[in-house]
Design a protein around this ligand. Sequence first.
Ligand SMILES: *[C@@H]1O[C@H](CO)[C@@H](O)[C@H](O)[C@H]1NC(C)=O
Ligand SMILES: *[C@@H]1O[C@H](CO)[C@@H](O)[C@H](O)[C@H]1NC(C)=O
Length: 403
Amino acid sequence: MGSPHWKRLCLLLLAGLTSSLLLYGHYYATMESPTSQRIIANLLQPEPLVLDPPGTSHRAGSRSGTFEGSSGSVKSFKPSTELKEPKPTRKQPSPCLHSVMARAKADPKFGKMFRFDIPVLMWDQHFTPETWDRLKTRHVPYGWQGLPYTVVGSTLRQLNTSANRHLFDRETFPGGCVRCAVVGNGGILNGSRQGKAIDEHDLVFRINGAIIKGFEEDVGTKISFYGFTVNTMKNSLIAYGEYGFTQIPQGKDLRYIFIPSDFRDYVMLKSAIQGSPVPEGSDKGDKPQKYFGPEASAEKFKLLHPDFLQYLTARFLRSELLNTQYSSLYMPSTGALMLLTALHTCDQVSAYGFITSNYEQFSDHYYELEKKPLMFYANHDMMLEAELWRGLHRAGIMTLYQR
Ligand SMILES: *[C@@H]1O[C@H](CO)[C@@H](O)[C@H](O)[C@H]1NC(C)=O
Ligand SMILES: *[C@@H]1O[C@H](CO)[C@@H](O)[C@H](O)[C@H]1NC(C)=O
């Protein structure tokens, strides 16, 4: 047993380290490799998260001091003005009882945090000189600093279909109330028997190592969206292969949501739409069909907008880690980004398999054979995420599955 266990631990460490370099909580480790050194060099630049150039702040109706940095400077989202395209998000209140929007607007705290007119996705028309100038000053995932103009431009030019401008088509839901389940991979789902309840939602979001086979009763089978970064996707295949995650979910109706956290995400996205091998970077030679199936077309892929990631981080998950030397390492977890994406696009949202107050009672993931403690990565702030989910649940804005 020694060897497989050792292998599993190493793969898990590798999974975390390629993106986060450091683990805290239960594990401490470092790794030497050209890739990680390059990442360290990129990530440990001294700049803090640039949320807006000074002097351009725009309070967007928020008068609370909640989002101010410790320096007291106002850091909030500056809406992009260059976009003439109709807004991809809903414009009118939905006919749902207790919609996310209605509940959020009625809440004193969350009412000031949510902005439902924020662009969630990015597509070809966003690639303008104004957007380039603005985003090239911010780190990925909040901007395009250090990314070649030609790579960003040629990737965005592929996103030229109407499907790239919205997560889903509201007209396909005549009831007018779109109910979404976002399924994290937490151990709380082991033995939960929530599969049926999950599948009853109109749309189901899954992320990273989302193993379905063998766990249908607990996690369901439906999958409308798979959210990831290329880093988390490939690490999930490595780390969770032994539990059965041997392939990225595929299907005719499945859509992929790219989180643009690195150069490689832009490169992979372009290759995926073109159906051609990745031409450069750390995934050079990879065939995207291996991950996303034979059908390559722009309609299958969505790209989160860097402004949306900035807005989410600034308003919802502004971690204390941003005040440390590791600030540029920090970003919300893949699960957090998908759950917040659902909260900004669906009418009702249920979260399953996300961190709860009693997380210590459960294994890291629902598919582990023996209980393993939840892994904390230095580039995420799971305690802050847990607090946010608790708050949103308490305010009736979403339902957090707890037991
Ligand atoms: C989108 O871009 C592709 C690749 O450049 C092109 O072949 C296609 O005709 C474009 N589609 C639309 C609707 O403009
Ligand atoms: C999953 O649940 C089963 C049955 O409740 C239990 O025996 C098993 O230990 C759990 N697995 C983990 C990894 O906690």
